[in-house]
Every structure is written in C-alpha cells, then in structure tokens.
Design a protein. Structure first.
Ligand SMILES: Cc1cc2nc3c(=O)[nH]c(=O)nc-3n(C[C@H](O)[C@H](O)[C@H](O)COP(=O)(O)O)c2cc1C
Length: 442
C-alpha cells in the first residue's frame, strides 16, 4: 500500500505481479491504449508539443527538458535512433531497476511513443550487465509487444516501423554517460566522445539520436494520455511531475518512494524512509546519488526536494537518489570510498579525470592512515577544483564535487581522523549500500 505522502503514477499497481505481463498491463493500467491513439491519430509534432509543454525534465541526472531534446533532432529521411539509458550504475540509485522489473511494458510503450516524436525507426535499451533479471523481464515483455503488433513493421497497420533491442552492458559505470553508451552499443570500448556534436545531431552510427533515462521514458505514456496540464498539476513550476526517489543509507526503511517533486526533504527521509535508527541522528545526506555535493542536515532537510531547491543549495537532484549518513558515518572514509569508486570507473581517456581521481585516492588514503599534513587538505581541495569543468565528460566532476564538498564542510572531521587514524573501525563508519529488497514502503 502506498503511504499517504506518496503519489504513485509510475509505480501505480506496482505491487501486482500481473502488471509485468501484457494482459496485466492492459487490464490494470489501460496499457498500450495511448500508443494506439498516438500512432493512429497523432502527428509527430503533436506528440512533441505535448512532451515539451509538460516540462518533463530528464530523470537520468542532468534534468534537461525531454521535449526540447527530442525537438533538436533534425528532420529528414536519414535513419534516426532512440536509446533508453538503463545503465543505472551510480551508487545510491536503484529506481530504474524497480521500474523495469515491475512495469516493463510502461517503458516499452514510452519508448514507442517517444520514437514517434523523434521519428526514430530503431530503439535500444542499454541495460547494465548486472541487471540480469530485469533484462530477462524486458526481453519477455518486448517479445509480447512484438507479438501484439506494438513493435516491428507496420505497427497497428499505421505504416510505421520500430525495432527495439535490449542490449546488455558489461558492467562499466562510464557506459551510462550518453556518448560512451553509444560507443558501447556500436561494439567499441565504452569511452565518452567529444561534444559537440551532440547525440541529437550525430549519435548512434552517426545518425540523430535521442537518449533518455528509463524513468523519463516511463513518464511519456502518462503525459500523452492525460496531457501536459495534468502532468504540471504535480510538483513545482520548474520541476513538474512525480519522481521515484531511491532512499538508502542510514534510514530504517530504505527503498523507492514515488512522490511529487517539491515534497519537503524531511518528509521523504523521516516519514517515508523511517528516519535514522533509534538513538542516532542524521548528520548529512547526498540528495542526488554519490556524485552530488553533500548537504549537512541543517542545510538540506527543510528544503523542498526539487531540481531548483537542490541547485540553489549548491548541490543537485541528479537522478533522485538520497544517501543518508547518520552520526556514525565517517565522512573522511566515505570520501575515500567515493574517490576509489570513481577512480576505478574512470575510463582514463582524459588526463584530469585519470590522474585527478588517482591522486585524490592516494591523498585520502594518506589522510586516513595518519600520514598526511593539514596542508594536504588544501591540496586535495585544489585538485578537485582543477578537475571540475576540465574533463571530457562529467565522471571526473562526479568525484570532485562530492569529495570537494566533504572536505569543505567536514574539515574538522578530516583533521581529527588525520590525527587519530585508528578512530574509525565501526562497520557503520561508512554508509550502507543500496537495499536488496525493493519497495520497502509496500
Ligand atoms: C559517468 C556518467 C554516468 C551516467 N550514468 C547514467 C545512467 O546510468 N543512467 C542515466 O539515465 N543517465 C546516466 N548519465 C547521464 C547521461 O549521460 C544522460 O544525461 C542521460 O541518460 C540523459 O537522459 P535524461 O535526459 O532522460 O536524464 C550518466 C552520466 C555520466 C557522466
């Protein structure tokens, strides 16, 4: 059952296992009715306009307008592509996993309607290699959709074609970066490309390509079905709609919660995710996954959870994944763990990221071993400043922003650990990982 503070649109009926099947999706959610109407009665521009008017912002990290991005694709007879980014490898993010697992047809319908808006004849779902179960579920759902005539050639007799392929990645975080994803899909090593040209102009196999996140595309059938005005009835002016938020770390009920954007962050963390364990307090949280700058509890808990409020506070909503640190979490050790992750995942193509993540790990290791001097804290900070904005893609920034913020906001904690390196041996000293059970609220 949904909590009174939740607003389930994408996760409506999510508890019913029948939703996964074509019959269940049709019966419970009016599945594919919108696709049928869009393909039979709507022009490309009408679909585009509805998406643009809705103000739907990308749910994969950058928060760019989905309709606007689709409108950037040039018109003409050239082959165009749509890629659904299901790589979801950011620590703290596990919402796409649940959306694909519980409601694969919602995503497929969204892809087919978005393909109409982009005039794309080929679509791909690039899913992270570790999501084996979800990839199997998608494969089965795609087969059902082909069988029913919602995919393939001459869809519903409308003289439109769409081929959809589920492509499994090989477990690299960098392949979630949109241009590395394109290289990986083309069979190359997943390295980011220089931008411009942007994928909308020159993407997969050199053709115009629309790339959107799983959650972004899952919103499409709802917007086209009920209209942009309905969608704007939720959330804030700059952050319309609902958001599936992954909450993990130091809370009693980690899980995915679908809420209206703009909900007080405190309600998300305390009322929905259960707040910290008995006897503990929240010290800080990352509002948009491991790559977002940390906010101290007193800075962030009373802010609305929206793209604009998180940006004004100097952080970001990102993919909408809150990682909570209670008072047992050692921020210096967390900074080291974060840096190690990004260093490991750096593709090494550009120097600031390859060398910057490496140096940061080495310096943080020296700090927690008690071998650093206070001056090293300034050096770590300046290395982060030299990474931000200087890399080929934002993987480097994704380490530099949170690590820089942790050093800046918790400097005394770093100094304390540097002076007493044996201070932190508690298993709770670093934040807990994402929960294995889905939908803790249900
Ligand atoms: C290192 C890195 C990893 C990323 N991983 C993902 C990911 O797993 N899923 C995703 O949707 N976007 C990811 N992104 C963002 C994508 O590059 C892109 O902005 C997004 O897929 C666009 O979709 P949206 O507009 O619907 O948000 C990543 C970006 C970077 C730099």
């Amino acid at each position: 059952m949904a909590h009174r503070l939740e607003k389930r649109v994408l996760l409506e009926h999510a508890e019913d296992p029948d939703l996964r099947t074509l019959d269940g999706y049709r019966r419970l959610a009016g599945g594919y009715e919108t696709l049928e109407r869009a393909y039979k009665e709507m022009e490309q521009d009408e679909v585009l306009q509805e998406l643009e008017d809705s103000g739907l912002r990308g749910r994969g990290g950058a928060g760019f307008s989905m309709g606007k991005k689709a409108s950037f694709l040039p018109r003409g007879d050239m082959a165009k592509y749509l890629c659904c980014n299901a790589d979801e490898s950011e620590p703290g993010a596990f919402k796409d996993r649940e959306l694909m697992q519980r409601n694969p047809h919602q995503l497929i319908e969204g892809i087919a309607i978005a393909a109409l808006a982009a005039d794309a004849g080929h679509a791909f779902i690039f899913i992270r290699g570790e999501y084996d179960e979800q990839a199997d579920i998608l494969d089965a759902a795609v087969a059902e959709a082909y069988e029913a005539g919602y995919l393939g050639t001459n869809i519903l007799g409308c003289h439109r074609d769409l081929e959809l392929v589920v492509h499994r990645g090989a477990g690299a975080y960098i392949c979630g970066e949109e241009t590395a994803l394109l290289d990986a899909l083309e069979g190359k090593r997943g390295n980011p490309r220089l931008k411009p040209p942007f994928p909308a102009v020159q993407g997969l196999y050199g053709g115009p390509t629309l790339i959107n996140n799983v959650e972004t595309l899952s919103n499409v059938p709802h917007i086209v079905r009920r209209g942009a005005e309905w969608f704007k009835g939720f959330g804030t002016e700059q952050s319309p709609g609902t958001k599936v938020v992954s909450v993990s770390g130091g809370v009693r009920k980690p899980g995915n919660y679908e809420v209206e954007l703009g909900i007080p962050t405190r309600e998300l963390i305390y009322d929905l995710a259960g707040g910290p364990e008995e006897g503990h307090e929240i010290k800080a949280f990352f509002p948009g996954g491991s790559s977002s700058p940390v906010l101290k509890a007193e800075e962030g808990l009373d802010l609305p959870y929206s793209f604009e409020a998180m940006a004004e506070a100097g952080s970001m909503l990102g993919s909408g994944s809150i990682i909570v640190c209670d008072d047992r979490v050692s921020i210096p050790h967390l900074a080291l763990r974060t840096a190690r992750f990004y260093h490991h995942e750096s593709c090494g193509k550009c120097v600031p990221c390859r060398e910057g993540t490496n140096w940061t790990v080495k310096m943080l290791e020296r700090m927690v071993r008690g071998e650093a001097t206070p001056m090293d804290l300034d050096i770590v900070s300046s290395v982060q400043q030299n990474i931000i904005g200087h890399c080929l893609c934002v993987l480097g920034d994704s380490m530099a922003m949170p690590v820089g913020a942790m050093v800046r906001k918790f400097r005394e904690e770093f100094e304390e650990v540097m002076a007493n390196p044996d201070l932190v041996l508690d298993p709770h000293a670093v934040v807990q990982g994402a929960p294995e059970t889905l939908g803790a609220s249900t």
